[in-house]
Design a protein around this ligand. Structure first.
Ligand SMILES: C[S@@+](CC[C@H](N)C(=O)[O-])C[C@H]1O[C@@H](n2cnc3c(N)ncnc32)[C@H](O)[C@@H]1O
Length: 296
């Protein structure tokens, strides 16, 4: 089967520039990571309703490819504000009709009551972080999605998630990752990470620990990634925000991506919690959540 690709510019957008210039190598690595996580992201397919499907923040089209392959009879629209990434998305082979649209999620509007599914995959933390850590930008994007969905239509969010804010201890299995932590604590975009080093253990908030663990793996795009706040809302905070907009939450799950745990965390760290004066090893914090909501 052959797909059709249509490329359009949203006239309303005033953003002619890239949201951030990663440079050629930076964009390559960023896009490579999107491709590498395709299988993990395919978890969202189970929740998609076919018909008119929009992916907000489609990047290089990895998720569009999945959507188009699983729903070849649907019209799949990808919205992004990066020309570089939309160019990459345009190079893909799709099973069905795919429309690529250059627009800003915060402002992009589709006609009311027309979409069956709106997908936000790994993008809302960027909307939040690149609007000066402003939750109202995220709310505006979600409100637009709500208005565009048909009654019974679905919103699917897959993104970082804020864990509890209790204190944990992190021990480092090598000097390199400890040095990376010191660098991260200074460079993190929204605030400097508060911590206390006691012997071999760094004590910090679990939420900050999650931010570090999801970022220390970056090198090429370090300066950009450390500006991003992945877990700016907990799963319940997300659910409350959606309910305020009128959505009904039908599914929520948070989890730690297995490859992060196996190929990175377990090799480099042990996480502890103080209990009865003792440090007890415990699981690493969840990195990701999937939340599905319906417009009544
Ligand atoms: C981490 S990528 C995720 C790409 C794709 N959703 C995936 O999961 O493979 C985030 C994408 O969101 C886009 N983005 C960030 N803020 C945006 C905004 N305000 N409007 C449109 N796109 C935005 C970025 O350009 C980037 O392509």
């Amino acid at each position: 089967m052959f797909g059709i690709i249509i490329r359009v510019m949203e006239l309303e957008t005033t953003l002619e520039q890239e949201i951030y210039d990663r440079g050629e190598q930076g964009f390559k690595v960023y896009a490579k990571n999107m491709n590498a996580s395709m299988q993990e992201k395919s978890k969202i397919l189970a929740f998609v309703l076919p018909g008119n499907i929009v992916e907000f923040g489609c990047g290089n089209g990895a998720v569009l490819e999945l959507l188009s392959a699983h729903f070849p009879e649907s019209t799949v629209v990808g919205v992004d504000l990066s020309d570089t990434l939309l160019d990459m998305a345009e190079q893909r082979k799709y099973a069905g009709k795919v429309i690529l649209k250059k627009a800003d999620i915060i402002k992009a509007k589709f006609p009311e009551n027309t979409l069956n599914t709106a997908v936000f995959c790994s993008v809302l933390h960027e909307v939040y972080s690149y609007s000066g850590y402003d939750r109202s930008a995220v709310r505006a994007g979600l409100k637009n999605a709500y208005d565009s969905l048909k009654p019974g239509g679905r919103l699917i969010i897959r993104d970082g998630v804020k864990p509890k804010n209790d204190l944990v201890g992190l021990s480092f299995k090598n000097e390199e990752v400890l040095q990376k932590f010191y660098r991260f604590a200074k460079d993190f975009g929204p605030y400097q990470i508060p911590y206390k080093k006691e012997g071999d253990i760094v004590k910090l908030r679990r939420a900050d620990c999650m931010e570090f663990l999801t970022k220390y793996i970056y090198d090429v795009n370090w300066d950009i990634e450390v500006k991003e706040h992945f877990g700016f809302w907990s799963m319940n905070e997300y659910a409350n925000e959606l309910e305020k907009l009128g959505f009904r939450v039908v599914y929520k799950q948070s989890y730690l991506i297995d490859w992060l745990r196996m190929t990175h965390y377990e090799k480099n760290f042990v996480l502890f919690k103080e209990s009865g004066g003792k440090l007890v090893p415990q699981p690493f914090p969840d990195s990701t959540m999937i939340l599905v909501a319906e417009k009544p």
